[in-house]
Write a protein that binds this ligand. Structure first.
Ligand code: COA
Length: 324
């Protein structure tokens, strides 16, 4: 069995913050950010209108409508998020209720930071492969602006907010393949505390919250080393040629990481669609938002061979091969 994407949805907050806007509130410039990351602007969530549970429901409703399915027929919802507004219940059960899926629908969330959508997608694929799931919704949603340290110009300029969803339908056919890898020993390269830490006080005596904490250079080196390698390993393991691939859909973290990956794989950059310039890094929502945008532009056609690859905190990196 194989999972086919039959519907896509996405949501980006209305508020757009450009690099020039950021340069008015911190010591940075459009030139610095563009040159190092490719990012020109990002969408930033409104604290009330764009809570993650609201953003992801909007994207899910769009995906279900595009798929033309009855929500009651969905067997499984898996949502990837690292920045949900609720620790529990899950984002997935929030979606279930909002779209009118039945109580026969399994729901759980995946926290795997930026690689979360591909992790969730691979999880759903595995359920489809067992024959237990015929119709599933896989989602990614992030409100990074709630957690970045807005006094850390080396990190906060990278991230954006949004949500994306795909409906997957089980069909007869060769199963989709994936590889998942992780390196917990490098976890401190990129981490974020979940709540105020009572054991550590800030200057004013309040429990300290660090927000996103990153060693940018280490993460950059990790990404440009491991991403080309995992894609090559996937092609060797499952016997496809990189030249056959129509699109390499990479996590949108940094234009230079994507360019370096294309170069190392000796593949034309046109096969690496990008929207990072207008979205920033939306963590686990980045790939489904990009897929939806590609679909809207008429870039996706049945039978196309696609590799998705993502990387981030953990450190975790993963890749999958699908036929659209
Ligand atoms: N504007 C202007 N200057 C900035 C800046 C900003 N927003 N952020 C940092 N700088 C300064 C630094 O203070 C430093 O100044 P110094 O030389 O006087 O000390 C200088 O720019 C270089 O900083 P550095 O951190 O070494 O820059 P870099 O070339 O490594 O680029 C990143 C920083 C974050 C853009 C880059 O490392 C990166 O993209 N890493 C990957 C991060 C990522 O994708 N994370 C998410 C993975 S899912």
């Amino acid at each position: 069995m194989t999972g086919k994407i039959i519907g896509l949805g996405s949501y980006l907050p209305e508020k757009i913050v450009t690099n020039d806007d950021l340069s008015k509130i911190m010591d940075t410039s459009d030139e610095w950010i563009t040159e190092r990351t490719g990012i020109k602007s990002r969408h930033i969530a409104d604290p009330v209108k764009d809570r993650p549970s609201i953003m992801v429901v909007k994207a899910a409703k769009q995906a279900v409508e595009a798929a033309g399915i009855a929500p009651q027929d969905i067997d499984l919802i898996v949502t990837a998020s690292t920045t949900p507004d609720l620790i529990f219940p899950t984002m997935s059960t929030t979606i279930q209720e909002a779209i009118g899926a039945s109580e026969n629908c399994g729901c759980f969330d995946v926290n795997s930071a930026c690689p979360g959508f591909v992790a969730a997608y691979n999880t759903v694929e595995s359920f489809i492969e067992t024959g237990n799931v015929k119709l599933a919704l896989v989602a990614g949603v992030e409100c990074n602006s709630n957690f970045v340290d807005w006094t850390d110009r080396g990190t906060c300029i990278l991230f954006g907010d949004g949500a994306g969803c795909a409906v997957l339908k089980a069909e007869e056919g060769k199963r989709n393949e994936f590889i998942m890898r992780s390196s917990g020993k490098r976890g401190t390269c990129l981490h974020c505390e979940s709540a105020r830490q009572p054991y550590r006080k800030d200057e004013e005596g309040f429990d300290k919250l660090t927000g996103f904490n990153m060693n940018g250079r280490e993460v950059f080196k990790f990404a440009i080393t491991e991403v080309p390698k995992i894609i090559t390993d996937l092609s060797v393991k499952y016997g496809f040629d990189l030249g056959e691939i129509d699109y390499f859909i990479l996590h949108q973290a940094n234009q230079r990481i994507i360019e370096a990956t294309a170069k190392k794989l000796k593949q034309p950059l046109e096969k690496f669609p990008m929207n990072i310039m207008n979205t920033g890094n939306c963590s686990s929502a980045s790939i489904p938002i990009l897929l939806k945008e590609m679909n809207d532009k008429g870039m996706l056609r049945r039978g196309q061979k696609i590799v998705m690859a993502s990387f981030g905190a953990g450190l975790v990196w993963n890749a999958n091969y699908i036929e659209y």
